[in-house]
Design a protein around this ligand. Structure first.
Ligand SMILES: Nc1nc2c(ncn2[C@@H]2O[C@H](COP(=O)(O)OP(=O)(O)OP(=O)(O)O)[C@@H](O)[C@H]2O)c(=O)[nH]1
Ligand SMILES: [Mg+2]
Length: 623
């Protein structure tokens, strides 16, 4: 036997009997505020629990969110229906379809709610057939067109049992919310309990939260630990997606958190205030040309996402605007950041907060770049990966689609698959668009080959030089590129990269210069001329670099060169002298070897570094 968790929310016009119905279903009166009792109206969200058994024996635990119907509190209503599995849509038999019936229907549709049960309440007051027809008419063409309608009366008790059965059947057919290990708790209540401290509640989606776990509250970015978790009054070790969840955060103050904030695990990206979205304007607004409904470049709107509501400015390409019934891609600039994922839904209300004017879906929560194609399939992880990578050329694997409705495993599996099919290039921590990568690679190869051709005496191209020539800012991209090249026909030698087949050689015409330099370095083997004296012209510089890169000349200091041979000879003579005579000073060694201070000091420093000698006071001993 398994237990499945779902969230139901009520919806419907004011006074149509939503709260009374929740009480009849669960025994809990969701109206808890004194003001609500006094005015006999729901103002803010109320909560109750419904535990039932599915036909197959599974336990179903449904959290019910009761929302206000009054037009002044639509804002609270939206906060309650952000991540629900099923709507309990209420229409009163004596009143019929009313303005907030329509507005709530739109809100549920914009938020992507797919399932509803319609309660035709107050059936004791008549009007059943008329209102049933009206409801069917209004729901035609919406996802709720075929939703069951149940007549109820809390006065007579009619239909309550039937409604419970209908809700059970519907939930039994509903897929439980996915666990993608990216939990988000959209906070709808914050309060403090004496002796316990700050408690936040909300509907949990996307993953589980555990007692003792380190969490972060966005957008304030407050990290803290969960001391305890409850759901409908029961202590829990773990809360799962689809649960009404209360968590105790004793280290945070109530005034640090507010409705709309999100609890999540650290490391899944940050909240943002610039988003790319696909937005649609309500077709119903056709009838009305009120200025408040305008959506054009620079229009102020309110965006409702999760349990949050933020002021925003909207922008559609050039001279853009949105007509009733139209869908377009838009940029949103929010007054404060939200923690949104690709594929999240939101509702748009006008700047005076009187009307719901549209809704949309997040295409890119980090959207400051060019737009994604408007027809991109947001439920296809492959399509999203391709689009993300194509847009930027490359992406870091760990952050790729981190703010999406896919788990890390789904993303990495899809990436592997796309790699196998040759659609995305993956190397180390980078995933790149194939064309982008091919061009980058070709450019790098071109630069390496050009260096081999123009400077055959060089071991290869310096990595720093290559990186700046390619203008690669991200070191991880460059590392991946080098690794990719070295998987193929190239090799990295210290700080240079070269073609495998490249052998550094001096061009024929400067071989005489090489001869001259070798002679200069061997005439007085332990006291050769300074580098400046040797590198008298550009050709000589070229030769010196060649000899150093090939290990034939040792660079003791910037201005001190020794032939490799003489360096080795000096080294063994120093060792021999000390082992025979004991620790020696620079000047003793200089005299013994017939060298000069200019050479001896850097030589001994080098031997110290190489672990041959060790300095004790002003003497050197052997290590
Ligand atoms: N006759 C009759 N009255 C009902 C029925 N259900 C609710 N009522 C009455 O209708 C009034 C409003 O009921 P509520 O449950 O508060 O309505 P609501 O939809 O929650 O209202 P808001 O939350 O403010 O939108 C109350 O006076 C209820 O007693 C019913 O089935 N029959
Ligand atoms: Mg109510």
């Amino acid at each position: 036997m398994t237990t499945r968790h779902f969230i139901i929310a009520t919806a419907g016009h004011v006074d149509h009997g939503k709260s009374a119905l929740v009480k009849a279903l669960t025994g809990t009166d969701p109206d808890r505020l004194p003001e609500e009792k006094k005015r006999q109206i729901t103002i803010d969200l109320g909560f109750a629990a419904l535990d039932v058994t599915a036909p197959n024996g599974d336990k179903i635990q449904a959290g019910i969110v009761d929302v206000p119907g009054h037009e002044d509190f639509v804002r609270n209503m939206i906060a309650g229906v952000g991540s629900i599995d099923l709507a309990l849509f209420v229409v009163a038999a004596d009143d019929g379809w009313m303005p907030q019936s329509e507005e709530h229907l739109q809100i549920l549709n914009y938020l992507g709610v797919q399932r509803a049960v319609i309660a035709l309440t107050k059936s004791d007051l008549g009007g059943i057939d008329l209102v049933t027809n009206q409801i069917r008419e209004r729901l035609a063409g919406t996802p709720f067109a075929d939703s069951p309608i149940v007549n109820t009366s809390v006065r007579t008790g009619t239909g309550v049992e039937n409604l419970i059965n209908t809700l059970t059947t519907q939930l039994a057919r509903t897929e439980p919310q996915r666990d993608i290990q990216k939990p988000r708790l959209f906070i709808d209540r914050v309060f403090t309990l004496r002796g316990i401290g700050t408690v936040v509640t909300g509907t949990l989606t996307g993953g589980s939260l555990r007692r003792g776990e380190q969490i972060v509250v966005y957008p304030a970015n407050l990290e803290t630990r969960i001391r305890s978790i409850q759901s409908h009054g029961h202590e829990l070790e773990v809360a799962h997606p689809g649960m009404r969840t209360a968590i105790n955060l004793p280290d945070l103050r109530v005034d640090q958190i507010k409705r709309g904030d999100v609890v999540t695990l650290p490391g899944h990206g940050m909240p943002t205030s610039t988003l790319i979205v696909r937005v649609e304007k309500s077709p119903a607004l056709n009838r009305d040309k009120t200025a408040a409904y305008l959506m054009k470049n620079g229009s102020s709107i309110y965006v409702h996402h999760g349990a949050s509501r933020v002021a925003a400015r909207i922008r559609f390409g050039e001279n853009g605007s949105l007509e009733a019934g139209e869908k377009k891609i838009a940029h949103l600039k929010l007054a404060s950041p939200i923690f949104a994922f690709i594929g999240d839904r939101f509702v748009v209300r006008d700047s005076s907060e009187q009307h719901t004017i549209g809704g949309g879906i997040v295409l890119d929560p980090d959207g400051d770049k060019e737009l994604l194609a408007s027809n991109i399939a947001l439920d296809s992880v492959d399509a999203l990966l391709r689009a993300t990578v194509a847009r930027q050329g490359f992406a870091h694997r760990e952050s790729l689609l981190s703010k999406s409705r896919f788990s890390a495993d789904e993303i990495s599996d899809a990436l592997k698959n796309l790699k196998k099919k040759g659609e995305i290039f993956v190397c180390q921590q980078i995933a790149a668009d194939y064309d982008f990568w091919r061009k980058l690679r070709a450019q790098a190869i071109g630069l390496i080959e050009k260096t081999h051709k123009n400077s055959p005496e060089r071991a290869g191209i310096d990595l720093g030089e290559l990186r700046s020539a390619l203008r690669i800012q991200e070191s991880e991209v460059f590392e991946s590129l080098v690794a990719d090249l070295c998987n193929g026909d190239f090799v990295r030698k210290g700080s240079v990269i070269a073609s495998n087949s490249h052998r550094a050689t001096l061009p024929k015409q400067i071989q005489p210069v090489e001869k001259r330099i070798r002679e200069a370095l061997t005439a007085q083997p332990f006291d050769p001329p300074s580098r400046k004296a040797i590198e008298s012209d550009p050709q000589a510089r070229q030769v010196v670099r060649f000899l150093i890169e090939n290990g034939q000349v040792t660079e003791l200091a910037l201005d001190v060169l020794l032939s490799r041979e003489n360096f080795e000879r000096m080294k063994s003579q120093v060792a021999e002298f000390i082992s025979k005579n004991g620790p020696a000073t620079v000047s003793e060694l200089r005299q013994a070897l017939g060298s000069s201070r200019r050479i001896m000091v850097p030589l001994l420093e080098r031997l110290d570094r190489d672990g041959v000698t060790r300095r004790v006071g002003d003497k050197r001993c052997l290590r």
